[in-house]
Design a binder for this molecule. Structure first.
Ligand code: GDP
Ligand code: MG
Length: 170
């Protein structure tokens, strides 16, 4: 199995924490050392039988920046070139403009989009249902995963499912 996965989400939802946990000691490329025109490689998760390249897509999660047409189109085409997109939210915060900005840009992309509800260690089980309610109609999610990137809850289960969904390859 091998594939490319983009992680999007507004600042501070836990994208870097998630990647650090997933890639751990196996970090091959850090965020600032490799850059392509459109995508920043954040790290490569490698096991004996799988490889997932996690990428950042500039222009998708900077709602406070005035984005040129070109940036937005570039980011969108990058999202169409990956095998899956992870949209990460903070379970402890209400859905806001920053989340909606990204959701709008994920509408109509070809890749399956996973809703990753992070920081579940900070909420009560009832609150998780409320969060899910806020998002369930937003996009046709491939799947929804509540996780704690910090404490590790459900991360390995999610990763296992994600690997299964990657195309067969070297
Ligand atoms: P990013 O901007 O999306 O990359 O977010 P970061 O990974 O930098 O995380 C932002 C802050 O949230 C940091 O202080 C993290 O320690 C914290 N954080 C990330 N994931 C979790 C989590 O699952 N639970 C809790 N309680 N805090 C988290
Ligand atoms: Mg980060």
């Amino acid at each position: 199995k091998s594939g490319f996965v983009a992680i999007v989400g507004r600042p501070n939802v836990g994208k870097s924490t998630f990647l650090n946990r997933v890639i751990g000691q196996k970090i091959a490329i850090m965020s600032n050392t490799a850059q392509t025109t459109r995508n920043k490689i954040q790290g490569i998760y490698t096991t004996d039988d799988a490889q997932i390249v996690f990428i950042d897509t500039p222009g998708v999660h900077k709602p406070k920046t005035q984005l040129g047409d070109y940036m937005v189109k570039s980011a969108l085409s990058a999202l169409n070139e990956v095998d899956a997109v992870l949209f990460m939210i903070n379970a402890a915060e209400k859905r806001g403009a920053g989340d909606n900005f990204i959701i709008d840009r994920l509408k109509g992309i070809k890749a399956p989009v996973y809703l990753v509800i992070n920081k579940i260690d900070q909420i009560q089980p009832d609150d998780l249902l409320t969060v899910m309610d806020q998002y369930k109609q937003a996009l046709p999610w491939k799947a929804v995963y509540p996780i704690s990137a910090l404490e590790g809850n459900n991360v390995n289960e999610f990763l296992g499912d994600l690997v299964d969904q990657m195309p067969n390859g070297p």
